[in-house]
Design a protein around this ligand. Structure first.
Ligand code: SER
Length: 609
């Protein structure tokens, strides 16, 4: 079973069980400043899990591209990935535990679908604690399906609970499905969920059953939802009995592109060397895995409808790190350019992700540009090192401080391995312990940020964020009225304290234009206009005068939000919501700043008070 088959079988199965197939969303979340990337299939669906009606109905299925960078430094081992695909099915107040579990079981075990032998499967359910009881309901369903008692493990919150940990919001127990690889159990306590390597997780059914309120009390939710997630790469690995995701067809053509690029560089140097066989040298394999994973992530970020460029902040910085780490490992293997590897990624995934194929040229351009910049950086780093050298050589122990090495890494992006290499050429060593310590601190910081981030995704649907969301619609329309119809939204970013709005416009706005736009927005707020939503097709929405973001993928049914009444409406936009019910609740709108964002794009920062 390869990834393409798994993807289509999953969709087909859930469609045959009354689910509407929806398109996966962008990798760059909209209106959610708490995360840099979409981290799970449920992430773009949070507003619907919180009660917003979904235009496609109450049963949904999709596959979603995801990026998690918390473990970026572990990539290189046989299991870690930064980019992955997640399959998911959702019930928005429709079926609950019994329905979800029975469908999961049928998909996993029926010969028509995955056909995994029933006796290979074990499950975990929530053990219960002071806040919520043991999930006997799920356990009963599993038992009724024939899972023996010794293949049902009861696990605590750390393992079998999903939702905001320290904050408020919807959450609940989950039930995870594991595949038993047939290895000897590690002891009497070994069972599904044990981390000894016998049990591999394939799927997670989350039952959003409670709302954790501000007092920390878990109140039962009136409208219960199901969120499930199955990682494609991991499942393909397990189903094919492979040890590592890099040993599956998902990566085969990408690894081949890497080894071919190694071969080219070698023969370019005059010798006709054999093409390296993946799996023969530990260090080389590690570099190959890093290149494969990082180039795949970078290509997907660069090929997203809401693509960003490498930069020194936020998601752009993550992208930069991915590319630079890949370049560095490429250099180690004698690879001159990552472009043929990126091309292999586009070839492999352009089918299920047509946006990737459409962006082929810009992916290659951006990648080539960043490769060039990094080579410059490396030269600068080498230059800095030369400048430090006379002082370094005075050190009687011939040891460069780890703090200095970290500074080179942090400021110039100069890799520690290169610092060590240069030092060695001068008969010196680097205090690696001190460097590792500084590095670890930096890593913990970014990990904490990555983790925190996601939880925010569930809670930042607060009242202020909703008001700012409606304000983006008013601002968008007002800008078009004042500047012209060439204005299109290029991005937006909302926190509870302010909004940012990026739009296409070739020159700075004049003070007068800013005043006019602000006045138009405030006028709509003062009029206390109703905000209404209707579901229609994209064509009908456009025909009715709705603005739809170019380059976004839409379902056959879309939600259209209208501000104002009847044919005299002020604005109409295709959008997932949520929005305020009346503009009068929004407060006073003030534009604080108008500046350049990138070529041809302006950025407005505004507040509601
Ligand atoms: N949200 C859950 C997860 O990410 C299930 O989709 O595992």
């Amino acid at each position: 079973m390869n990834a393409d088959e798994l993807r289509s079988k999953y969709i087909e199965f859930f469609v045959s069980h009354g689910h509407a197939r929806i398109e996966g969303k962008s990798l760059i979340p909209e209106n959610d400043p708490t995360v840099l990337f979409t981290t799970a299939g449920m992430h773009p669906l949070v507003p619907y899990l919180l009660g917003e009606p979904h235009p496609a109905g109450n049963r949904l299925v999709d596959y979603q591209k995801c990026i998690r960078t918390g473990d970026i430094d572990s990539v290189g081992d046989p299991s870690h990935l930064t980019f992955f695909e997640m399959l998911g099915n959702w019930s928005l107040g429709d079926y609950f535990k019994e329905g979800a579990i029975k469908m999961s079981w049928e998909f996993l075990t029926s010969p028509k679908w995955l056909g995994i032998p029933a006796e290979k499967i074990g499950v975990t359910v929530f053990a219960g604690d002071e806040n919520a009881p043991r999930d006997d309901e799920s356990a009963d369903v599993w038992r009724a399906l024939g899972i023996p008692e010794n293949r049902i493990s009861y696990r605590p919150k750390e393992d079998n609970w999903w939702g905001p940990a320290g904050t408020t919001g919807p959450c609940g127990p989950d039930s995870e499905m594991f595949y038993d690889i047939g290895k000897e159990s590690c002891g009497p306590d070994c069972g599904p969920g044990c981390s000894c390597g016998k049990w591999l997780e394939i799927w997670n059914d989350v039952f959003m059953q409670y709302n954790k309120n501000a007092q920390g009390v878990y109140e039962p939710l009136a409208r219960k939802c199901v969120d499930t997630g199955m990682g494609i790469e991991r499942t393909v690995t397990i189903l094919n009995g492979k040890k590592s995701v890099y040993d599956t067809e998902v990566f085969a053509s990408i690894i081949a592109a890497v080894t071919a690029a190694m071969g080219t560089a070698a023969s370019g140097q005059g010798g006709s060397r054999d093409v390296y066989t993946y799996g023969t040298k530990t260090d080389t394999d590690r570099s190959i895995r890093i290149i494969c994973d990082h180039v795949r992530s970078a290509a997907f970020i660069l090929g997203d409808p809401r693509a960003i460029s490498p930069s020194n902040v936020g998601a752009g910085y993550v992208l930069r790190r991915l590319i630079r780490r890949a370049v560095r490992h490429g250099r180690k293997l004698g690879i001159e350019s990552l472009l043929p590897i990126a091309a292999a990624v586009v070839d492999k995934f352009g089918g299920p992700y047509p946006e990737l194929a459409a962006a082929r040229a810009s992916i290659m351009d951006e990648l080539a540009r960043e490769e060039g910049k990094f080579l410059e950086t490396l030269q600068k780093g080498e230059h800095e090192f030369e400048k430090l050298l006379p002082n370094l050589l005075k050190d009687s122990r011939k040891c460069m401080s780890g703090r200095l090495a970290f500074k080179l890494y942090d400021t110039y992006g100069f890799p520690i391995e290169l610092t060590e290499e240069l030092a060695a050429e001068k008969g010196m060593t680097v205090n690696r312990e001190e460097f590792d310590e500084a590095f670890k601190k930096h890593q913990e910081l970014s990990r904490a940020q990555g983790g925190q981030a996601f939880k925010g995704g569930l809670v930042d649907q607060g009242e202020m964020a909703v008001k700012y969301h409606t304000a983006t619609h008013l601002l968008h329309k007002a800008l078009r009225m004042v500047l012209g119809d060439h204005v299109g939204q290029k991005g937006s970013n909302i926190t509870a304290d302010r909004m940012r709005f990026d739009f296409s416009h070739g020159e700075p706005m004049t003070a007068d234009q800013i005043k006019q736009v602000q006045a138009i927005v405030n006028e709509q707020i003062t009029k206390d206009l109703p905000v209404t939503m209707e579901v229609s097709t994209l064509e009908a929405a456009k025909a009715a005068g709705a603005i739809a973001l170019f380059g976004e993928k839409y379902e056959s049914q879309v939600k259209v939000y209208t501000v104002g009444e009847g044919s005299n409406f002020f604005s109409k936009e295709v959008c997932g919501g949520p929005h305020v019910e009346r503009t009068g609740t929004m407060g006073r709108f003030t534009i604080q700043k108008e500046q350049s964002s990138s070529a041809g794009v302006r950025r407005i920062r505004a507040v509601l008070e």
